[in-house]
Design a binder for this molecule. Sequence first.
Ligand SMILES: [Zn+2]
Length: 342
Amino acid sequence: MSQHFLLSAAARTLSVLEVAGLSDDAAFALFKRLRWGDREEVGCPHCGLVHKHYFRPARQIWRCAGCGEDFSVTSGTIFAFHKLPLRVYLVATILFANAVKGLSALQMARDLGVQHKTAYVLLHKLREALDSARDDSPLAGDVHVDGAYVGGSVRPENRKADRVDRRLTENQNPNKRCILVMRENPTPEERKDGFRGAKRTLAMVIEKETQAAMAILAPRFIVPGSTVSADESDAYDPLHAKYDMRRVNHSREYRAEDGTTNNQAESYFSRFRRMHFGQIHKLAPKYLDRYAHEVAYREDTRGWANGRIFLDIVGKCAHALTSRDWCGYWQGNKRLGECLAA
Ligand SMILES: [Zn+2]
C-alpha cells in the first residue's frame, strides 16, 4: 500500500520554524511578491496608479507619484494598520494553515504571545481573506448535498421534573442554525490522477433545512441536470424535477444498493464538528458563515502541501481589501447581523 499523502515529505514543505526565522526584509519581500509580483512597479491603494513609486527604505513605505499619498506593503489589504511585525502575521498564517481542524483564538494567543483579543481578530481576518476569494459559481456534474444543525443543544435542567420537551419549537435554542453544504465530486478521470476529496465545496448558513430554502439555493448553486446525491430529508424532494437525484436513506444504510452515498458532505461535517467541539467550542450565528467557509476551504485543500496552503492564504490576504468587519473591531466596528443564505 502506498504511503498516505499526509505522511509523505511532499505534504510538509514549510515549517513554523522557517517562517518564524524570516527576517523583517524577507517577510516584507514575501508579502510584496504575493501582492504585486516581482516587478518594481507597485499599485497605489489610494488612487490605483501602478508605477515605480518613490520608495523610502528606512520606513519601508512608498510615496505615490500620482496622488502623493504614502502607503505600505499592507495598506489596503486585510493586514492594513497592523501593529505587530509582519512576520508575526506570517507565523499566524502557517499555524492556521497547519491546523486542519481549525484553531482557537486562545491557542493562537499562546503560540504568538499576544492577547486573546488580538488573536481572535487576526483569525477572523484570515477567514475574511479566504472569503473574499471564494468561488461561488454553480457546481455541476456529481454533487453531494446535506445539511446539519449547529448550536441547537439546550442544556437539560438538573431535575427531571424541571426539564422541558426540547423537540418543541418554543423550547429550542434560538441560536440553532443549519449549515448547508454542496460538494462537487471529481470525474472518474480526475480521480485517477490521485485527486482526493471533492473538487469544490460551497457551504452556507440557513435557518432550517426546508424545501423552501432548497427551492432558492439549488438553482442558484447547482447547474440544472447535474447528478445530486442527498439523504432522505424531504427538503430535497422538489429537486427531482430539475436534477438527476440519487437518495440514500441514512436510517437504513450509509450506502444505497445503487452505490449512492453523500459521503463528501459527511466528510465536511465530520471536520466541522471536530473544529466546533475540539477547538472553537462557541459558535454564535453572527459569524457562523465564516467558520462554515473556513471548513470548506480546508476540505478543498486537504490534498495540498502545507507550504502551498500557506502561500495561498497569504496571497489572499495580500489581495483582500481592508477588513469591513474586523478593522477596528475592539473600537466598536462590528458586523451588525448574521449572514443567512436563505
Ligand atoms: Zn496614489
